[in-house]
Design a protein around this ligand. Structure first.
Ligand SMILES: Cc1cc2nc3c(=O)[nH]c(=O)nc-3n(C[C@H](O)[C@H](O)[C@H](O)COP(=O)(O)O)c2cc1C
Ligand code: SF4
Length: 400
């Protein structure tokens, strides 16, 4: 049964087997601070800043389970060479009193094959609009390999001192693209019915649970709505959340939305930085973004707690601990989340803007976030993610 009393978001809490100093998670915001797939001092500094700023747990963004699943050539891939750096990273965060989670996944059709030099994988063949390269349909051998790779990555997360793994089941990355009726046209046991489209996600979660047992916490970041006509939608997401609960493979679910492939702004809401986005693209993509970018990067009105209406419906359907994400920026939204039965909140942009926001909210609950949702930080994922309004967090010198 879910807790009946309303939790204090800033008091310690259990997430699976892990005790956190509070219920605030730093959401994964791709840092672009790894180099040749390895941890750098800049990546450690980034997370130490967030840990020192008061979050209960910080999340190392997207680390790929296999080389073709990267969105960037320098991205961390789980492998032996990465172990010493990952250990330094977890130790540095622990020294600040915070826990640390690793986001693991396979980018599938969102992978950038111009950077990985490997064909991207999807449920069905397609052309990637971002890389203008072919996306190959995953064979059953690919699927088995990717499932196994998630388990291996999770084992490595345990060995390197992480407190949790967050498995990426959203944004039309590989598992999410299989869930999507729009992207998944397969005729085998991975396509068609929801049970078939969800098979990859459920197998991945099973592999992760089998790999880590109860040693660290397991979260799943699952889409509720791709924001695309004919895409994965809330009623199906509720069913998948129920299956995850029945399988016992997750300690908490974090509901998200949108498609990095087809409708990226849907997951952020707020301004669409079309001009800034075009300026960091190579030709011919740059011209394409200038011409039709506003159709790809669409503006949606922002409001605090903008995923709450949908997430509340998932909340009503499962007893699993849940993380509320999307426009959590102040104590009021956090308290609403707790009142609505969410056990944790996750924050992305507000913490990029002010990494010490949680300490400041703890000192003064009336503290308001300075993030204005202009979303220009989205564009900095190509050079070193940061809030463009914060001059002291300039990009790492060797980020290209
Ligand atoms: C610069 C930036 C990079 C992001 N990178 C990732 C990522 O690597 N993985 C992911 O799941 N979400 C990523 N996100 C999405 C955030 O985790 C979060 O879902 C989104 O920002 C909404 O939360 P917010 O309103 O608190 O910012 C990123 C967001 C931003 C702004
Ligand atoms: S650039 Fe800064 S102010 Fe703008 S959305 Fe990102 S974090 Fe917020």
């Amino acid at each position: 049964m879910r807790e009946k009393t309303v939790a204090d978001v800033l008091a310690p809490a259990e997430l699976g087997p892990v005790r956190l100093r509070n219920r605030v998670l730093k959401a994964a915001t791709y840092e672009k601070r790894a180099r040749r797939g390895l941890v750098t001092d800049e990546l450690i500094d980034f997370h130490v800043r967030h840990a020192a700023g008061g979050v209960g747990m910080t999340t190392v963004a997207y680390c790929a389970v296999s080389p073709e699943g990267r969105t960037d050539g320098h991205q961390i891939v789980w492998r032996d060479e990465a172990v010493p750096g990952l250990r330094r990273l977890t130790e540095a965060v622990h020294a600040e009193g915070a826990a640390i989670s690793a986001q693991v996944g396979h980018a599938g059709p969102v992978a950038d094959s111009t950077k990985t030099k490997l064909p991207a994988l999807g449920p069905s063949p397609s052309l990637s609009l971002q890389s203008l390269r072919r996306v190959r349909a995953a064979t059953s051998g690919d699927i088995d390999r990717v499932v196994q790779a998630h388990g291996d990555a999770a084992k490595m997360a345990v060995a390197t001192g992480f407190d949790a793994v967050e498995v990426h089941l959203g944004h039309n990355y590989l598992a999410s693209s299989f869930l999507s009726p729009k992207l998944n046209k397969r005729k085998d046991s991975y396509g068609g019915s929801l049970a078939n489209r969800a098979r990859l996600a459920l197998r991945i979660m099973r592999a992760v649970r089998d790999a880590v047992g109860g040693r660290i916490a397991i979260l799943a970041k699952l889409n509720m709505d791709d924001g695309v006509p004919g895409g994965f939608w809330l009623d199906e997401a509720i069913e998948v959340a129920r299956w995850l609960e029945a399988d016992g493979t997750v300690d908490a679910v974090e509901m998200t939305a949108g498609s990095s492939l087809l409708n990226p702004m849907y997951l952020f809401k707020g301004d669409a930085p079309v001009r800034e986005f075009a300026s960091v693209m190579r030709e011919p993509v740059r011209t394409g973004v200038k011409l039709v970018g506003s159709r790809f990067l669409r503006e949606y009105p922002y409001q605090d707690g903008y995923l709450l209406d949908d997430a509340r419906q998932v909340r009503a359907a499962v007893d699993l601990p849940m993380v509320l994400l999307g426009g959590v920026t102040n104590r009021q939204v956090m308290d609403t989340a707790m009142q609505e039965g969410f056990q944790f909140v996750a924050m992305g942009r507000a913490l990029l803007r002010e990494p010490d926001l949680i300490n400041r909210i703890a000192a003064d609950p009336a503290t308001r976030s300075l993030c204005n949702h202009n979303n220009r930080c989205m564009v900095t994922i190509f050079t070193g993610s940061r809030c463009v309004l914060v001059p002291e967090t300039q990009p790492p010198t060797d980020s290209r």
